[in-house]
Design a protein around this ligand. Structure first.
Ligand code: GUN
Length: 296
């Protein structure tokens, strides 16, 4: 079997078109949804994410406020800025780009964000609500994966899902979302990680494999059941002298061989990636609708 490719750019474009309609509706009521993105330091990968977020907001009609702070910014100054953004009525969503410089602790910064503006879904209040199945901001990459699956016609009900990776940003939340008693869940989920014995045996049972290990070639064709759905969340740089920048991006899945066995597969780049920013804008629009007293 040769897999159908799930084109994340197409699904993201569909969702962005839906969001534009909601933004038009909000603007007619005098509300412009606003997203603040805070970057500390000048890590090139983080800087390019932040630029991409600003551009996507502009394209769709969101107000975007990028705050770039020097590397040496203190934890107190960063928290003061977050608190200022919490009070700013033009801002409906706040994202502090991670990772932060080493001298700043992540937990107190995330805790300072108003949970009603936490469009990353990282605040413990939102994490807790997600786990107990209450309405909340869902973290963007896992929510984007669920939207990709549902919009590609994948049936989650009772499906055997194997998640490879237990990160706070992807592995843990996607596993939680997929076990919820909801149309976005109802799956049977196994979470594998660096201490898992017999990884291949787990993956071979999966109807849906979600690879979020952060290591190239973690999933190879011999590990995948014929007809499985394979979602690749990995973004890894590997040296490539044929490229002018000296590297190329690959996922966690050996795409060329796995695509011959899977029924559906996401590429890297162009799979999960485009969904993450889309879900961030989705959360910002939801937040603005809630602030305007509209049904969400
Ligand atoms: N760094 C990499 N991905 C993310 C994300 O989704 N949110 C934030 N805040 N930082 C990140």
């Amino acid at each position: 079997m040769t897999a159908r490719i799930i084109d994340g750019k197409v699904v993201a474009e569909q969702m962005r078109a839906e969001l534009k309609n909601r933004i038009t509706d909000l603007k007619s009521k005098g509300v412009v949804p606003g997203l603040a993105v805070v970057l500390v330091g000048d890590d090139p990968a983080s800087r390019s994410y932040v630029t991409a977020k600003g551009k996507a907001c502009e394209e769709i009609g969101l107000y975007s406020d990028n705050r770039c702070l020097p590397e040496k910014t203190s934890q107190k100054d960063l928290i003061d800025l977050v608190e200022e953004l919490n009070r700013d009525p033009r801002i409906h969503g706040i994202l502090v780009q991670l990772p932060l410089p080493r001298h700043i602790e992540e937990a107190p910064v995330v805790l300072a964000i108003d949970p009603d503006k936490d469009v990353d879904g990282f605040h413990p209040v939102n994490v807790g609500k997600m786990v107990i199945g209450q309405k909340c901001f869902l973290p963007c990459t896992p929510h984007g994966i669920v939207q990709l699956l549902l919009r590609s016609g994948v049936n989650l009900e009772g499906a055997e899902v194997v998640v490879v990776g237990r990160s706070t940003i992807v592995g843990k939340p996607i596993a939680n979302m997929l076990i919820q008693k909801s149309p976005m869940g109802n799956a049977t989920v196994t979470v594998c990680h660096t201490r898992t014995r017999h990884l291949a045996d787990h993956v071979r049972r999966a109807d849906i494999v979600i690879a979020a290990a952060g290591r190239p070639n973690t999933i190879t064709a011999d590990m995948v059941k014929e007809g499985a759905v394979v979602i690749d969340v990995g973004v890894n740089r590997v040296e490539d002298a044929t490229r002018t920048r000296g590297y190329r991006l690959v996922g966690d899945v050996d795409f060329e061989t796995v695509k011959e066995k899977a029924s559906l597969i996401t590429p890297v780049p162009g799979g999960v990636g485009p969904m993450t920013i889309t879900m961030l804008m989705y959360n910002t629009v939801q937040s603005a609708m809630r602030a305007a007293g509209m049904e969400t």
